[in-house]
Design a binder for this molecule. Structure first.
Ligand SMILES: [Zn+2]
Ligand SMILES: [Zn+2]
Ligand SMILES: [Zn+2]
Length: 284
């Protein structure tokens, strides 16, 4: 399984537009791994996790042909993960030529909020109506915690996240050819429902990408810090949820308390994780 990290930032991206701190100044100057776009990942060529606002520029920068996307796993509808402006271009009015059919998977709550966002772009748009799905040339597949579906040659399992219950936010396990990848942002501490599901299904992940919004020694709301992410990964290792040589990555990295990439990566590696970066390709 090939996973391309198209973005590894939290909602604010990094550098911050108006910030004059040394980390941002350095990121503007050097770019590379210190320059982070809003979180999104591509599995193979046709499965996208989160239709985020930076998709077009990151796809261009990293050479991903996003017109091949056939499946969209939407974790939730927050604006750093979902840009309705991209989705609306599938309407014939916007002259998109011959788009491939696409299936959107998300919780019912997220689908409703995505639809609300879509209706701000196009009055009357309703992602949940068959008529609008036909006009958008897509289908939707509501998912609940613990549900497993087949998408092409992959199996996808929805896992409840601990982030925004009103938005029904989900995390996803993607399995392909005996490999398993757990995409775990946005979330705070994983719920006991999630741990029970891992046990019940006998999941053993080859790779995990986990929310680490806040830097070392920094706390905030709705997300994990890099220290807390390390504790979640340690529990996964202890409980046999990770394979022996599994790799764990921090993603959804904010500007709050975060050092430059190289420093963060050293800090994470000392705790059994690595820091993901934009354009990173993971083969498992
Ligand atoms: Zn987010
Ligand atoms: Zn800054
Ligand atoms: Zn969020």
């Amino acid at each position: 399984m090939k996973i391309t990290f198209l973005g590894t930032a939290a909602a604010t991206a990094c550098p911050l537009v108006f910030c004059r701190c040394p980390v941002c100044a350095s990121a503007w100057k050097t770019g590379g791994r210190d320059f982070r776009r809003r979180s999104s990942a591509l599995v193979g060529e046709d499965l996208l996790i989160d239709l985020g606002p930076d998709l077009m520029s990151s796809a261009f920068t990293f050479g991903a042909d996003v017109s091949k996307i056939r499946f969209l796993l939407q974790t939730h509808s927050h604006s750093d993960h979902f840009d309705a402006g991209h989705l609306i271009t599938r309407l014939p009015d916007y002259a998109t030529v011959d788009p491939l059919p696409m299936t959107i998977c998300a919780s019912p709550e997220t689908l409703r909020h995505m639809s609300d966002a879509l209706s701000l772009e196009e009055p009357g748009a309703d992602l949940l109506s068959k008529d609008w799905q036909d006009r958008l040339r897509l289908s939707v597949r509501p998912l609940r915690h613990g549900e497993t579906i087949q998408l092409g040659n992959r199996r996808v399992t929805a896992v409840v996240s601990n982030h925004d219950p009103l938005d029904g936010s989900l995390l996803y396990v993607v399995e392909e050819a005996g490999r398993a990848f757990f995409y775990a942002t946005d979330t705070m501490r994983l719920t006991e429902r999630a741990w029970s599901l891992f046990k019940a299904r006998g999941f053993a992940f080859d790779a995990v990408a986990i929310d680490a919004t806040y830097g070392p020694g920094t706390r905030g709301g709705g997300h994990l810090s890099v220290d807390q992410a390390a504790e979640e990964i340690a529990r996964m290792r202890a409980e046999g949820v990770l394979k022996e040589n599994a790799r764990a990555f921090v993603t959804h990295i904010s500007h709050e308390g975060m050092p430059p990439h190289a420093t963060l990566d050293r800090y994470a590696r000392a705790r059994g994780l690595e820091a993901a970066w934009d354009g990173m390709i993971l083969e498992i």
